[in-house]
Each structure stands twice: as structure tokens, then as C-alpha cells.
Design a protein around this ligand. Structure first.
Ligand code: SF4
Length: 344
């Protein structure tokens, strides 16, 4: 059952959509098949501001249903966001001719609708996609690259700026950034969960022995790959448990591919580390051995599996600053010693 206050906001939202469909405030109305007001629920966790409807949106009257929409849907899925729970709209609600960017005066004419929608639905977080959305919402001085990693604000509502999914169609490398940004948004709107951290081994708890294998992946510029675990929020090296019948080498290559999307060639063994820890979610102590190999990428592209929310190429100094565990730092020091004495 909805409250009178929610009914009032739903009515205001529907009235804005009706006004948009009949709007002639700017010249874009002349070329439209359908105006595209946008869609989504009241009180959404996320409110997306794109740029303008394209051909398929103009034909259907719905936002983000074309090729860019398919990229957005994949990014939503990757971030664990449900499209039905997100409000999606654009800076201008009518398709510009030839899919050009909206002119400043068109965005200005349409802006009251955008703000009316935000006021009616009251999102937890607003996400602008592309420069037009960012500037229309927060002002002309904003540069997307400069603000992308920050959380801005519109009044008291946090604003995250990311790339437009259409930009990914022309530059596939941006997809991982778009996905990482939406994962960050998903964390912003997720109910607070206590952070899980491994602890020193506890007396009296059952012990599980495991063998893992992983790698220090070095790129052509001599930087190494670090991954940030989503559960513990710590930086680490790619690694995983050796499966039945698998060699340490095969596990290292498989884990790097699964966790980071990169196919690698193993160059040489690095170090084997032994350590123990207590893992609260399973209430057991782990007695762990991990073999590390030096590796270089030979294919694939950096694409993280769900347990990680960020990956980056780091210099030795950056890696030693970011890595959480001393064991990982020891492995990295060893890798850079070997690289210094016998460059690839
Ligand atoms: S783009 Fe916006 S302001 Fe221009 S005609 Fe369409 S609804 Fe009206």
C-alpha cells in the first residue's frame, strides 16, 4: 500500500511524462517519433542520466533499448543491479537528428523535466553517463575524467559520473571502467554489511589444509597486476586453490584467467609461501601453502570476476603500498629482484 505522499510523487512523475510527450519547448520535438520521458520506480537506489534517445529509443519510446542499452544491461548485471529497480532517463527526451549531441539550449530547455523527475522519484544515488549528463546536472565546468573516481553531490544526493555506454561501442577498453563504476555505485546503495576479515588462527577450531597457486603478472611496462577483493576490501595477487589432478602451473594460469580475464605465459617459479589464518564465515583455521609464478599476459583483457571490484597495474612502489599481506609483498619484492637481474 502506498502512502498519500508516495501517491503525490507518482502523480507528479506521471504528469511530467505527459508534459514531455506533448512538449514543443525546443526544436527537437519536430523530428521525434516518440518522446522518451524515462522509466523506473519511485525511491530507486539508482537514477541514471544518459544523453539523448537514439533511433531505437525514439521508435519505442523507451530509454536505453538499443546497442548502448545492451551494454548497460550487462554492466547492471555485473554490478548486481536490477534494471527494474533503476530509474533511467536522459538529458533531452527527444532524439537529436543523426544522433548528434544535444545543443546547450536544448539541454537547458529540457532540464526542468530532469529535475522534476529527480524530485519526484528521490533516488539514493544519481549516475551521470557521459559528459552531457554530468554537465547538465552539475554545471558546465565539470570534466568527466577529473571527477570519475569521486562521489559528487546534487544537494544531498550523491552523484557518480561515468562513461556513456555508447562510448564503449567505440572504445571497448572503457567497458571495464563503466562496470567498475557501477559496482562502486552498487556498494554505495547496498545496506551496510559488516566487513569480513581473516584473523590469526584460533585454538580449538578445525583445521583445513589447502594448496593454492597464483602469479605475479608483469605487463610490458614492468608493472604488476593487483586485484582488490570485494569481501575484505584488500589488494592482493591473483591466486586460487589447486583442483584435483591440476599442476601448480596450470592452476596459476587458470586462476589468473578466471579472476582477471588474462591469458598468461608462466616465466618461472617465484616463491612458495606457508601461512595460517582463521576465516570467520566458515569458522575454521586454514593451513595454506601458495606457490607463486612470474607470468606475462599473452591474451585476453582485464575483466574481473565477481569476487573482485577493482584491478590495476602497479609499479613496485605502488604495489608495496597497496598490498595488504606481508606474504604478497615478499612475493612482489622477489619478482622485481628477478626482473632487475634478468629483464625479459
Ligand atoms: S527535448 Fe525536451 S525540451 Fe525539447 S521538445 Fe523534447 S521534451 Fe521538450
Amino acid at each position: 500500500m502506498t502512502s498519500p505522499e508516495e501517491d503525490g510523487r507518482a502523480t507528479a512523475l506521471a504528469a511530467t511524462a505527459s508534459e514531455i510527450r506533448a512538449c514543443t519547448r525546443c526544436p527537437l520535438h519536430a523530428g521525434r517519433t516518440n518522446a522518451v520521458p524515462g522509466e523506473g520506480p519511485l525511491d530507486p537506489p539508482v537514477f541514471i542520466v544518459g544523453e539523448a534517445p537514439g533511433r531505437e529509443e525514439d521508435a519505442s519510446g523507451r530509454p536505453f533499448v538499443g546497442a548502448a542499452g545492451r551494454i548497460l544491461d550487462k554492466a547492471f548485471k555485473d554490478a548486481g543491479l536490477r534494471r527494474q529497480r533503476v530509474f533511467i532517463t536522459n538529458v533531452v527526451k527527444c532524439r537529436p537528428p543523426g544522433n548528434r549531441a544535444p545543443k546547450a539550449e536544448e539541454a537547458e530547455a529540457c532540464r526542468p523535466y530532469l529535475f522534476a523527475q529527480i524530485a519526484a522519484v528521490r533516488p539514493k544515488v544519481i549516475v551521470t553517463m557521459g559528459t552531457t549528463g554530468l554537465r547538465s546536472l552539475l554545471g558546465p565546468g565539470h570534466e568527466l575524467k577529473a571527477v570519475r573516481s569521486k562521489v559528487l553531490a546534487l544537494g544531498e544526493t550523491p552523484v557518480v559520473a561515468t562513461y556513456h555506454p555508447a562510448a564503449v561501442l567505440y572504445n571497448r577498453a572503457l567497458e571495464k571502467d563503466l562496470r567498475a563504476d557501477l559496482r562502486r555505485v552498487a556498494r554505495l546503495v547496498a545496506p551496510a554489511k559488516p566487513r569480513v576479515r581473516s584473523q590469526s588462527p584460533k585454538k580449538g577450531k578445525p583445521s583445513v589444509t589447502t594448496v593454492s597457486s597464483g602469479g605475479v603478472v608483469v605487463d610490458a611496462e614492468g608493472r604488476i597486476l593487483l586485484l582488490k577483493r570485494a569481501d575484505e576490501e584488500i589488494w592482493c595477487l591473483p591466486k586460487g586453490t589447486v583442483e584435483a589432478g591440476e599442476s601448480l602451473e596450470k592452476t596459476a594460469a587458470r586462476e589468473i584467467l578466471e579472476e582477471a580475464g588474462l591469458r598468461v605465459k608462466l616465466l618461472r617459479p617465484l616463491l612458495t609461501i606457508h601461512y595460517g589464518y582463521y576465516w570467520p564465515p566458515k569458522d575454521v583455521n586454514y593451513d595454506k601453502t601458495v606457490a607463486y609464478f612470474l607470468a606475462e599476459p599473452v591474451g585476453g583483457r582485464l575483466e574481473l570476476e565477481g569476487g573482485f571490484d577493482e584491478g590495476r597495474w602497479a609499479t613496485k612502489a605502488q604495489a608495496l603500498r597497496l598490498l595488504h599481506w606481508k606474504n604478497d609483498k615478499d612475493v612482489v619484492v622477489k619478482a622485481f629482484e628477478i626482473l632487475a637481474s634478468s629483464p625479459r
